[in-house]
Design a protein around this ligand. Structure first.
Ligand code: SF4
Length: 117
C-alpha cells in the first residue's frame, strides 16, 4: 500500500474543488499511474500557508509539516498549482522549501497529480 499526501496551493481554492487530483488518483492515471493495482491511502490534502510563508518562520506551517512527517508518507504529490509560473512549470520557493524538508526525511516528492510537470 502506498501512503501519499497531496500538496496544493490555497490560492487555487476559489476555482478548484480538488476533484481533478482525486479523479486522477481514483482512476490511477497521470501522476498516479504507477499505483495501478495498488491500494493507496491519502493521509492529507495539504495546502501551503500562502506566499511569503516559509518553514521555520511560520508556526502554523511548521505544525502542518510536522503532522505530515509524523505520519511518514511514502510520497508527497504536488499539484500544478504549486507552480508560481504555470507556463515555465517553476515551483514557488515556499513550496520548494517545504519539499526540501520532506526529502530530507526520506519522503519522495513527485511533481504532479492530474498534471505531470
Ligand atoms: S506560495 Fe505558491 S503555492 Fe503557496 S499560496 Fe503562494 S502561489 Fe500558492
Amino acid at each position: 500500500m502506498k501512503r501519499i499526501v497531496m500538496l496544493t496551493c490555497p490560492k487555487a481554492e476559489n476555482v478548484c474543488t480538488g476533484g481533478g487530483c482525486f479523479s486522477a488518483l481514483n482512476s490511477r492515471t497521470k501522476a498516479f499511474a504507477p499505483y495501478k493495482g495498488e491500494e493507496v491511502k491519502v493521509l492529507a490534502f495539504m495546502k501551503c500557508s500562502g506566499c511569503g510563508h516559509f518553514p521555520g518562520e511560520d508556526k502554523g506551517l511548521d505544525e502542518k509539516i510536522q503532522y505530515i512527517l509524523d505520519r511518514r508518507p511514502d510520497v508527497v504529490h504536488l499539484g500544478i498549482c504549486c507552480c508560481h509560473d504555470a507556463k515555465e512549470k517553476e515551483l514557488c520557493p515556499e513550496i520548494m522549501a517545504v519539499c526540501r524538508i520532506f526529502e530530507d526525511h526520506g519522503i519522495s516528492v513527485v511533481r504532479g497529480t492530474h498534471s505531470v510537470f
